[in-house]
Design a protein around this ligand. Structure first.
Ligand SMILES: Cc1ncc(COP(=O)(O)O)c(C=O)c1O
Length: 443
């Protein structure tokens, strides 16, 4: 079939695309603002438009309409900023065509992913029995961990509950809905909505631990960066025999910095944790790690069984397919592994420290400004800022204009019902000059 044969025309188009990719990686400042209108996309036809035209259309028409989160002044949501090696390795994954679900098929690819998972498990102080896998995102990673936590209790007669702090990510509510459980929000321990040992004990006071699927602690809240009191929460969970899951989708990267590592004390007692390398660990989308203290227990809950799968089942250590809600998977942890292999773990610590520095710089500048106010004590690299005299519509208008002019991608958020601006710094390419530009633009 012609579409599976590489013609000289296809090869030339592919080389052009690789050139485009390298140019883009070399200048990530060049991408704001996006093209606001897309040309009408051509219709899908019986004969097609040819490889060259199709690939060129991606580069010329489709890609420029997106707002890439790796621009140094993309400060909305939780951005992403893949390293060069991670981006290029990811680009090669599709033609390499590796089935990452089983050890038999994937060969050394799974060993490499395991090495990256071990690096993360070591950062959290997890034991040698720990096992994990990479999935598409934090939502699936947490859902997988909670299904593992529930184990055989899916057949329980009484309604089950997941307990989380007030600042838990929306994926907890989604997981509870999907699992047919209730989500119980523990009372906030402070203005950040942190979960503490004491507030967790209050939430659990009248509950039978058997009815509690898991407690979810957040290590880096999306909206305000806060890390829950993991040590206090772990103590309460251990005393009641309840599974503790830690959501470090964003904040888990800060395990790597000695400056922030103490905030995570207690994570080593968790039963599972997640961290999204596609956020602050510089892998491309989509890559989230889920790590279990006891891999065998997770596999028991998650392994799919079928006659045709017996041949690839690996009883001793299990396959990546057995550790989350998935079967077919690309080995999406490979780009992370290749990147850590290439640059070294110290480069990751330095990058995290750079972002902590930039967040501190931004906070200091806000404190020194007569027009701006920190709405909340900054946590990790999230900053909530109030512009004196502004109402919701002013923030919205400023954000729209900032994007239109190419100044920045910033989005308003709410804290305790009040609209304000939120900055999240995870990009090592962000400089103090970038912060100055954005803050001066608010004056
Ligand atoms: C703290 C936290 N947990 C979970 C998630 C969900 O991750 P994903 O969007 O990859 O599903 C996010 C994503 O923003 C997050 O910030």
């Amino acid at each position: 079939m012609p579409m599976h044969e590489l013609t000289p025309g296809d090869a030339a188009a592919a080389r052009e695309m690789i050139e485009w990719a390298l140019t883009r990686l070399a200048d990530r400042r060049a991408v704001l603002p996006p093209a606001t209108t897309a040309e009408t996309l051509p219709a899908l036809t019986a004969r097609g438009i040819g490889a060259e035209a199709a690939l060129r259309l991606l580069v010329d028409v489709v890609f420029p309409t997106a707002i890439p989160p790796d621009h140094p002044r993309f400060l909305a949501f939780i951005p992403g900023a893949p390293t060069v090696v991670a981006a290029i390795a990811d680009m090669a994954l599709s033609p390499a065509m590796i089935f990452g679900g089983s050890r038999i098929e994937a060969g050394a690819a799974v060993d490499a992913e395991d090495a990256a998972l071990r690096w993360l498990a070591d950062a959290a102080g997890f034991p040698a029995s720990a096992q994990g896998t990479f999935v598409s995102g934090g939502s699936i990673a947490t859902l997988s961990a909670l299904v593992a936590a529930r184990g055989e209790r899916y057949a329980a007669a009484r309604r089950q509950v997941i307990v989380a702090g007030a600042s838990a990510h929306s994926s907890m509510a989604a997981a509870a809905r999907i699992m047919g459980c209730d989500l119980c929000a523990a009372p906030p321990a402070d203005d950040h909505g942190r979960l503490s040992g004491a507030t967790l004990a209050t939430a659990l006071r009248d509950r039978d631990p058997e009815d509690v699927v898991a407690v979810v602690a957040t290590a880096g809240a999306t909206n305000n960066g806060a890390v829950d009191d993991l040590a206090g929460v772990a103590e309460v969970c251990a005393a009641r025999g309840i599974w503790l899951h830690v959501d470090g989708a964003y904040g888990g990267a800060a395990l790597l910095s000695p400056r922030t590592r103490p905030l995570f004390d207690g994570i080593e007692r968790a039963d599972s944790f997640i961290v999204n390398p596609h956020k602050w660990l510089y892998a491309p989308f989509d890559c989230a790690a889920v790590v279990y203290r006891d891999g065998a227990r997770a596999r028991q809950a998650l392994t799919q069984e079928a006659d045709y799968l017996d041949a690839i089942s690996d009883g001793a250590v299990g396959n990546p397919s057995d550790l989350a809600i998935h079967l077919t998977r690309r080995p999406r942890g490979l780009p992370l592994w290749a990147s850590v292999l290439a640059y070294g773990t110290a480069a990751y610590t330095e990058a995290v420290d750079h972002c902590l520095d930039i967040a501190e710089y931004a906070a200091a500048r806000i404190l020194a400004s007569p027009d701006l106010e920190l709405a909340l004590e900054p946590a990790l690299t999230v900053i909530l800022v109030r512009r004196l005299g502004w109402k919701s519509k002013d923030y919205e208008a400023w954000c729209r204009d900032a994007l239109r002019s190419g100044l920045a991608m910033v989005m308003p958020t709410k804290h305790l019902g009040e609209t304000m601006l939120r900055f999240c710094f995870i990009n090592p390419l962000t400089t103090p000059d970038d912060v100055d530009l954005v803050l001066d633009g608010l004056g």
